[in-house]
Design a protein around this ligand. Structure first.
Ligand code: GUN
Length: 280
């Protein structure tokens, strides 16, 4: 039976550390601020943004929300980002994704000052991650690494299989595992015989976006299984990419959903905002 890696506990520790450091900065007359831009009324995005606001409050970071209407134009959004890039009260800028269709996501992310890019989505930060010389790491992959470290799991020499190749999770996740000397395989929708590959994993990271995609027969005995999935099941309940009950019989460590990677993503955003304030 797998040991459950408790993301809530690890996240609480990260938040406590951030809170203490924010206090220290405050004592030196420095305030920390995060601007969050949300465009339109995507219900999931609204929940995420509300959570971010709450998290900021808990650790003493000022949050500034910019809720723009669904029909916002590219130039309106770019003007706002330009303004926030020059705003001394704003240390971090986050544009909640996805954006409505009329907006060019790539151009929007490129407009954010790389020193305020707390998502680490700007090409400059992506490039820095590639060469292992970074200020910010994207929140979810960085959170996964924290969870792995919290359980004292050594990545070096392990076969790490990442399912998913998104710019937000799969690709940077693979690089972080590689930086820690894992042997990394990336699987995706065109991968043939996927279970033959996942069965070789010492560390399996699922970032697919499909409920119960990873079943017990795809997992090696004693594997570490990290579930990045945030899916809604038929009853509207949050669930991961991993068939938790059966896989936890086989794995050595497993992260639950909810209470695994999700809280870590939120905590790392706060840490990135603190880092941004320190850089500036
Ligand atoms: N939408 C889903 N995940 C993310 C994320 O990590 N950052 C941003 N900005 N938007 C998202």
């Amino acid at each position: 039976m797998a040991i459950v890696i408790n993301g809530k506990e690890v996240a609480a520790k990260v938040k406590e550390e951030v809170k203490e450091e924010v206090k220290l900065l405050n004592a030196n007359g420095i305030e920390v601020g995060l601007a969050v831009i949300i465009v339109g009324d995507n219900p999931a995005s609204r929940v995420y943004v509300n959570n971010k606001k709450k998290d900021c409050e808990e650790v003493g970071i000022h949050s500034y929300e910019y809720a723009l209407s669904d029909d916002t134009t590219q130039s309106e959004l770019l003007d706002l980002i330009k303004k926030l890039n020059n705003d001394k009260n704003v240390n971090g800028i986050l544009v909640q994704l996805p954006l409505p269709k009329q907006l060019d996501e790539k151009e929007v992310l490129n407009a954010i000052d790389p020193n305020k890019d707390v998502d680490a989505f700007h090409p400059v930060n992506v490039g820095k991650i590639m060469i292992g010389d970074y200020s910010f790491l994207p929140c979810t992959p960085a959170g996964v690494m924290e969870l792995i470290h919290s359980a004292n799991i050594d990545v070096s020499g392990k076969h790490c299989v990442v399912i998913g190749r998104s710019n937000i999770v799969g690709k940077p996740m693979s690089l972080l595992l590689l930086h820690e000397h894992g042997t990394v395989t990336i699987c995706h929708s065109r991968t043939k015989n996927i279970s033959e590959i996942t069965k070789q994993a010492d560390i399996l990271v699922a970032a697919v976006g499909i409920e119960k995609f990873v079943t017990a027969d795809m997992v090696k005995d004693g594997a570490v299984v990290i579930d990045v999935g945030m899916n809604k099941n038929a009853e509207g309940k949050l669930c991961g990419d991993v068939d938790y009950l059966s896989v936890s019989e086989k794995a050595s460590y497993i992260t639950p959903v909810p209470g695994g990677v999700g809280p870590m993503t939120r905590a790392i955003l706060l840490r990135n905002t603190l880092t941004a304030a320190k850089i500036q």
